[in-house]
Design a protein around this ligand. Structure first.
Ligand SMILES: Nc1ncnc2c1ncn2[C@@H]1O[C@H](COP(=O)(O)OP(=O)(O)OP(=O)(O)O)[C@@H](O)[C@H]1O
Ligand SMILES: [Mg+2]
Length: 245
């Protein structure tokens, strides 16, 4: 479709066909009388299928950025387009739907529900999405197999190792078939070897064509990504292609 035709159809040519674009994103937090400037004119664009890591020290604004990328929070100013949609123009209900359909979240601590088995934890997003019981059990089983846990489906989180719990969390993030996997310090609670196994899984998922954004303060972990950007005091700078390093 030409830019002209898009305009006639009421779509923004900049947004159409664009997978991920942030322009001049700023975030302020009000702390008592003080206004803290946390993200400063962040520009970031991604093609579908990229594997990006955002590397920065503690307090640099990584989780703040992740919350905006994941549409859990909105920027104070700037424009953000995800999968052709303009985030600032969307309602809470639309954002919730976008989050559940397009984004798979993985956090430092797996955040599994302790009273549910691995299988039920993975099924959870599909329960919210209204998927029929037979179908969601099958999908959850497939995902747990995918992360190498077919023999642990009936285990509760406290019966699993940290690495296994994190793999259940990855299966849960994948089960809705999201376009974007968003991970905030996914190996932060793991030992080095288990961390590497989780990173190998991300590499596989990216090789299958999934877009991955990983946030970390650890340069060894960041180096697994094909592209690294640095964040310091809320300012983002391109770090070059790690394959060229
Ligand atoms: N809700 C909030 N209200 C006020 N200030 C906040 C809020 N959330 C974060 N901040 C501040 O914003 C800054 C960035 O926090 P953020 O959590 O994004 O850092 P981070 O890079 O993820 O750090 P870490 O590596 O320790 O997780 C910090 O100085 C923090 O105190
Ligand atoms: Mg953080």
């Amino acid at each position: 479709m030409s830019a002209q035709a898009l305009k006639r159809a009421g779509a923004s040519p900049a947004a159409e066909g664009c997978f991920f674009k942030m322009e001049k994103i700023n975030k302020y937090y009000q702390m008592g009388g003080e206004r803290a400037h946390i993200l400063r004119d962040v520009d970031l664009s991604l093609e579908a299928g990229e594997y990006l890591s955002v590397l920065g020290p503690s307090g640099s604004g990584k989780s703040t950025l992740m919350n905006i990328i994941g549409c859990l929070d909105v920027a104070t100013s700037g424009r953000y387009t995800l999968n052709g949609r303009q985030i600032e123009d969307m309602s809470e209900v639309e954002l919730a739907r976008l989050r559940s359909r397009e984004i798979g979240f993985i956090f430092q601590n797996s955040q599994l529900l302790p009273r549910l088995t691995a299988q039920k934890n993975v099924e959870l997003p599909l329960i919210y999405a209204g998927v029929a019981p037979g179908k969601r059990r099958e999908r959850a089983r497939q995902m747990l197999e995918r992360v190498g846990l077919s023999d642990r489906m009936g285990h509760y989180p406290n019966q699993l190792s940290g690495g296994q719990q994190q793999r259940v969390a990855i299966a849960r993030a994948l089960v809705g078939n999201p376009t974007l996997l968003l991970a905030d310090e996914p190996t932060g609670a793991l030992d080095q070897k288990t961390g590497r196994q989780v990173m190998a899984l991300f590499e596989e998922l990216n090789a299958e064509g999934r877009t991955v954004i990983m946030i970390t303060h650890d340069m060894h972990i960041a180096a697994f990504a094909r592209r690294v950007v640095h964040i310091i005091d809320g300012e983002l700078t391109e770090g070059g292609d790690t394959n060229d390093a």
